[in-house]
Design a protein around this ligand. Structure first.
Ligand code: ADE
Length: 228
């Protein structure tokens, strides 16, 4: 997979790709990530990328020309499955969307800043708009990092234990069950006995039951379509 990220602030996106799973995915060639700055596509001698909104109002708007030029240059070299704009008024990201996007070949992610981008970018160049939640960030960069992480960890061969993404919360519509590791007793707080019993079928059904109970308690909305 190739991910091209268009951003005025690539520094904001550096560290998420420099550690842990995303770093390994890059090193193992499972994903390629490239950053592009709209400033490098500005015709203006001041490298201007934003301007006042027509009709007045607070804040600056990212101009269409540098973004369009950047996207056209990328499209001339690669085929893309989606051109995604990160925005608080987009479709809210969930595990199903991450699963779907992990099947893509190449993606372009556009990070907005200031008041956002000229609406014509959204109308003519963007194929999908994604929000990471009902709150407003200063720009799309942190949202792009979240989106990339949720996708990259699902690419085949990225997680060491192949099955571990399948046991994540949400993969089966339920939250994940509680997990424990050594020591079995700490400060007299004990690990549930079943987990140290060695009885795999019983452990499996305990985990299923706990996943269900936890979901019913913390996220009953996830069960509303499930008849149990
Ligand atoms: N840009 C600003 N806020 C955002 C959000 N919540 N999700 C995606 N992109 C954003």
């Amino acid at each position: 997979m190739r991910i091209d990220i268009i951003t005025l602030f690539p520094e904001l996106l550096q560290s998420p790709f420099e550690v842990s799973i995303m770093k390994r995915a890059l090193e193992n060639g499972k994903v390629e990530v490239h950053f592009h700055n709209p400033r490098d596509y500005s015709n203006n001698r001041y490298k201007q990328v934003d301007d006042y909104p027509f009709g007045g109002g607070a804040g600056m708007v990212m101009m269409i020309e540098p973004i369009d030029k950047c996207i056209q240059e990328l499209k001339a070299k690669n085929d893309y499955d989606e051109v995604i704009y990160l925005t608080p008024d987009g479709e809210v990201l969930n595990q199903g969307m991450a699963n779907q996007l992990s099947l893509s070949g190449n993606l372009i992610l556009l990070c907005g800043h200031y008041k956002g981008v000229d609406q014509r970018v959204r109308d003519h160049l963007i194929t999908k708009e994604i929000s990471i939640g009902d709150f407003v960030l200063s720009g799309g960069e942190l949202a792009a990092a979240v989106l990339c992480d949720s996708i990259v960890r699902l690419l085949p061969g990225v997680l060491g234990d192949e099955s571990s993404a399948l046991t994540d919360s949400f993969q089966d519509g339920l939250l994940a069950p509680p997990i424990y590791t050594r020591p079995a007793v700490y400060n007299s707080w004990e690990v549930p006995e079943i987990l140290t019993s060695g009885n795999s079928p019983k452990i499996e059904s305990w985990r299923e039951q706990k996943a269900f109970e936890r979901t019913r308690e913390l996220r009953p909305d996830l069960l509303k379509d499930t008849e149990i």
